[in-house]
Design a protein around this ligand. Structure first.
Ligand code: GRF
Length: 249
């Protein structure tokens, strides 16, 4: 069952916490103390239309620019659980020095580094994706704007994870520590993650999933980052698996 409920605090009714208790189990029991709200959008129709001929397993490419702790979590999960129906077949980085490249190579995941020109022109990237028969893309800390040709080639088949509750704290320049500093400066009492489809604009595609954590007054931006990253690791692979399962139905 897919339920849509307003998570954003400005539109959240006073009875919302009761519904959360009734319907939403946190992704992982260890998150119980922190996660207090989750929502999932009705992505089924969009996804099944977009993936009519998906083969098992779904072949996933990860796009990264940095450390790749999310990419690592995703690769480790799907390598250990082939029954999930997702295989990470390629990791693409725009940075030759990204730690994620070593991490992927250690796990026998093929890697590809593309410079800005190769990324802007479609040939190198689309050829690379076709070579590995990629059906789905997940951005995991990828800092460049996804070009229109790629969104067109993978309609509703590119996901991103953002370390805040969009539409707040999103858009150009809102990444990494910038996000958590802004959340802290605004005195927010909660933050969280947003997993959304990617369109041609930063952080604007349809939301698939959000989860929130309460913040303590004394939480530094680094502490907020830590809490949010835990949520990312617990949920990103789950959402990808869920979309893959929906596509096979
Ligand atoms: C994560 O916070 C993610 O939300 C954002 O970039 C960060 C990447 O971290 N898009 P990592 O490289 O996965 O550790």
């Amino acid at each position: 069952m897919t339920i849509w409920l307003p998570l954003h605090r400005k539109s959240r009714p006073f009875w919302f916490p009761l519904l959360q208790i009734a319907f939403f189990a946190p992704a992982d029991p260890t998150e119980l103390a922190e996660v207090f709200a989750q929502k999932e959008s009705n992505s089924q129709a969009v996804l099944t239309d977009a993936l009519p001929t998906l083969l098992f397993p779904m072949k996933l490419a990860l796009f990264v620019s940095g450390t790749g702790s999310n990419a690592r979590t995703i690769i480790d999960r799907f390598q250990a659980h082939p029954e999930d129906g997702v295989e990470v077949v390629l990791l693409i980085s725009n940075k030759p020095t990204a730690g994620a490249l070593t991490m992927a190579a250690e796990r026998n995941v093929p890697t590809l580094v593309l410079n800005r020109n190769e990324f802007r022109e479609s040939d190198a990237l689309l050829t690379g994706l076709a070579r590995f028969q990629v059906d789905f893309i997940a951005l995991a800390g990828f800092l460049w704007l996804v070009p229109a040709y790629l969104v067109k080639a993978f309609p509703d088949r590119i996901l991103n994870i953002h370390p805040a509750l969009l539409p707040d704290y999103g858009g150009k320049g809102m990444y990494g520590a910038n996000v958590h500093r802004a959340v802290k400066a605004a005195g927010e009492t909660e933050s969280g993650i947003t997993i959304h489809y990617v369109n041609e604009h930063y952080d604007e595609g349809n939301t698939v999933f959000q989860a929130a954590v309460r913040l303590d007054k004394e939480d530094s931006p680094e502490k907020i980052a830590e809490r949010v990253l835990r949520l990312e690791h617990a949920n990103y692979w789950r959402v990808i698996r869920r979309l893959a399962l929906l596509a096979y139905q």
